[in-house]
Write a protein that binds this ligand. Sequence first.
Ligand SMILES: NC(=O)c1ccc[n+]([C@@H]2O[C@H](COP(=O)([O-])OP(=O)(O)OC[C@H]3O[C@@H](n4cnc5c(N)ncnc54)[C@H](OP(=O)(O)O)[C@@H]3O)[C@@H](O)[C@H]2O)c1
Length: 430
Amino acid sequence: MKKVNIGIIGFGTIGAGVVKALQSKRAFLREKSGVDVAIARICDKDLKTKRPVKVAKVLLTKSIGKVLYDPGIDIVVELIGGVRPAKDIVTEALRQGKCVVTANKALLSEAGYEIFNLANRLGLSVGFEASVGGGIPIIRALKEGFVANRIDLIYGIINGTSNFILSKMAEEGLDFKEALAVALRKGYAEKDPRLDISGGDTAHKLSILALLGFGIAARPKDIYTEGIADIEPSDIQYAVEAGYAIKLLAIAKRAQDLLELRVHPTFIPASHLLSNVAGVYNAIFVKGDLIGENLFYGEGAGASPTSSSVVSDIVSIAKKIQPGCCKADDRVGFKKDVRAVKSMNEIKTRHYIRFSAIDKPGVLAKISGILAKYKISIASVSQKQRKATKVVPIVMMTHEAAERDMAKALREIDALAIIKKKSVRVRVEG
Ligand SMILES: NC(=O)c1ccc[n+]([C@@H]2O[C@H](COP(=O)([O-])OP(=O)(O)OC[C@H]3O[C@@H](n4cnc5c(N)ncnc54)[C@H](OP(=O)(O)O)[C@@H]3O)[C@@H](O)[C@H]2O)c1
């Protein structure tokens, strides 16, 4: 039986999950895949902290070089996270003729294009199934299962923390801070949750999906990104009454020869499959010319689901490695089939807007006058809680309007003396 040696760099949550899965399933994987995956080395800068798995001391090292320059190691599994030094580790592993498996979305969103090109040139494989959607096999689907398709649309709920917070707000009427506190208590949010709630983590993953789906190498800074911190329970309540749910959506949408690429809270119709994706679950909706509409759903994070994807990559590469040679050419294909990312200013959507205005006659006329000046037409208006407070929320749905016009109109409206808080708007899809 073919034996393949792996070296793991990063023995944290996912590293320990991968070690546990490989130890407990070694015989199972041997029988199922015909390869024997052996852990040859585990590297971490901290070898003292107790892990939820036992390993022989001789496997442990603090030296990255003992993994990268060990000729007996075929596959380097990078699980430290972040861009540096992960990028140096991955590129050096490839230069040393080793295949790589990584779960690192931050790295791939910054340098995926470069890394995949290097691997393709060297005839080596990079597995990155765990970088988007935890245990959901979306990368393999885009790379292989849907290879014959022209992808037209990808919608993703791909950040469990944000989805959990929005779900709690919808189900229990909690405000953003209360829902975040629950997420922190339950371990569904990092101690520093900024990357998750700002939409940054979602943008990292969208960048990877855009490369595979449309051949577009967009860095996170090229992706318009808005987080969920401004959403209030009243927005969610309004959405529900109007037949929608609010989700933090990653959107990659073909628009003729351009690609809309954006991350923001979004009104999606209650009838859409994604509207029922609740809690920490992830889902990715893909539309292609041959497949039509497809939905992937599952756990998007955590040691078990993520290690399932990492191990799947390891086994897949291990099966292709020839005896006595690390090479396993499994090209990451990304044919550019759109011209560029569409400027956010040019994108048109319908909008939900909540104005916080002083309750006095003429307010509505002033707001609608400015909207009309920018050719934004109003589909519906509602004003609630008239007596509760002097500042009242005025809620509007607009017809389709360009971002540029909407941004100008909102700037002008927010500068009015009758407006007491920055207006909140949520784009509508579907
Ligand atoms: N956690 C999830 O649910 C999840 C899901 C999908 C993908 N991922 C991705 O999986 C990767 C690992 O995430 P994780 O949650 O396992 O992170 P983690 O728990 O922080 O583990 C990372 C480990 O790597 C170690 N490390 C950091 N820099 C190092 C270096 N230069 N040399 C050696 N060891 C180093 C860390 O040590 P210190 O703690 O001492 O810094 C830590 O033990 C990330 O790319 C993440 O985005 C995670």
